[in-house]
Design a protein around this ligand. Structure first.
Ligand code: NAP
Length: 328
């Protein structure tokens, strides 16, 4: 049977995408076949689809690092037809066909069963960005950061990870300070739960190696000088999580926050996170994420709209999360 997919191809050094009809026989090996309902657009998807970074390692390939849908057939133990599942990362859109398609065949051990409270559309409103926000919150908790310890800084606040991190942290009782380049979106950020909004320009230039203690914890999505300044401003014993590179991949920092203030820098990787951590993150999302707030972060697009939306995302013009309906 044929299905629709957004296929990425490469000619010379140029990556292009087009919506095509493929046959199920063209899917890659895997022990679970899924009727995909929704995917999502993340920063990494935008890099992949635009060809701005070498995310896709084999061409042609169906793009999309996320998918949610219903299992059609399975030979994987514990997964049966009718199960609602979510997949974030692993090899998707790198070496294995991804989520921008009506059909997927994948390894069963990449899948998480969707908590009851979420529809497949909710799952993709969350997507890799929201699951990464939860991994960041778990890392703060693991490092012993509690709401009474003080303010939590969230950088890249209007983005997918930032928006959902704000919603989660405020629900858990933390006082959240949102750093953004889009001060015009302050009302949106407050509606998610931010108590205070700061201009990202305060953090984005080179700063002193150690500075006044401001943050009990930080969820950083942008890297570079912003991450270095966040480290320099973190209170004794605080935790800074690093998941992103929207400003840059550099880390022009000093060791002083670590050796004078016992600050912890916690790396966050969603792509190869072990299954137990994924299951914990999705269970905590089910417990701690306000679905009304989640809905306020989202917009819905079809497969053919992904390339243009990717350009807008990379230009910093997309707020919150973008769900991709693979059936339109
Ligand atoms: N480690 C992992 O497993 C993992 C998983 C998911 C995402 N990520 C990374 O996390 C980051 C955020 O992902 P996302 O999906 O939330 O992306 P996104 O929706 O595009 O959000 C990124 C946000 O970063 C801010 N930003 C953009 N350019 C900037 C610049 N030059 N300087 C400072 N801030 C800038 C913007 O927020 P404002 O407009 O509010 O300033 C933007 O909305 C990306 O770098 C992504 O690659 C990593």
């Amino acid at each position: 049977m044929s299905f629709k997919a957004l296929l990425a191809s490469k000619s010379g050094s140029t990556v292009s995408t087009s919506v095509v009809e493929l046959d199920e026989g063209e899917l890659m090996p895997g022990d679970v076949t899924i009727a995909v309902e929704y995917s999502s657009l993340n920063y990494k998807d935008a890099l992949a689809v635009s060809g701005r970074a070498e995310i896709i390692r084999t061409f042609p390939l169906i793009a999309g690092i996320d998918l949610a849908g219903t299992v059609e057939s399975s030979s994987y133990p514990g997964i049966v037809p009718g199960d609602r599942v979510v997949l974030n990362g692993w090899q998707l859109s790198q070496a294995h066909h991804g989520g921008y398609a009506q059909k997927a065949r994948v390894n069963g051990d990449w899948l998480v069963k969707l908590p009851e409270v979420f529809s497949t559309k909710d799952a993709m409103a969350i997507g890799t960005a929201g699951y990464t926000a939860m991994l960041s919150v778990l890392a703060l908790e693991h490092g012993g950061v509690h709401p009474e310890h003080g303010d939590i800084l969230v950088t890249g606040a209007n983005g997918g990870v930032g928006s959902i991190a704000i919603a989660l942290l405020s629900r858990l009782g933390y006082r959240v300070v949102a750093s953004t380049g889009r001060l015009a979106e302050a009302d949106y950020l407050r509606s998610l739960g931010a108590a205070e909004i700061i201009d990202r320009a305060q953090l984005s230039e080179s700063g002193p190696p150690i500075a006044r203690e401001r943050w009990a914890g930080v969820v950083d999505c942008v890297g570079s000088h912003t991450l270095a300044n966040a480290l320099a401003q973190t209170r004794y014993g605080g935790v800074v999580t690093a998941c992103g590179l929207a400003q840059g991949t550099g880390l022009p920092a000093s060791v002083l926050p670590f050796i004078l203030r016992n600050v912890t820098l916690a790396g966050i990787d969603s792509v190869n996170a072990p299954q137990a951590m994924r299951i914990q993150a999705w269970a905590r999302l089910a417990r701690d994420l306000d679905l009304d707030k989640l809905a306020s972060t989202t917009q819905l697009i079809g497969l053919s709209e992904v390339p243009a939306a990717a350009e807008r995302l990379l230009a910093g013009q997309v707020r919150g999360r973008t769900i991709v309906d693979v059936n339109v």
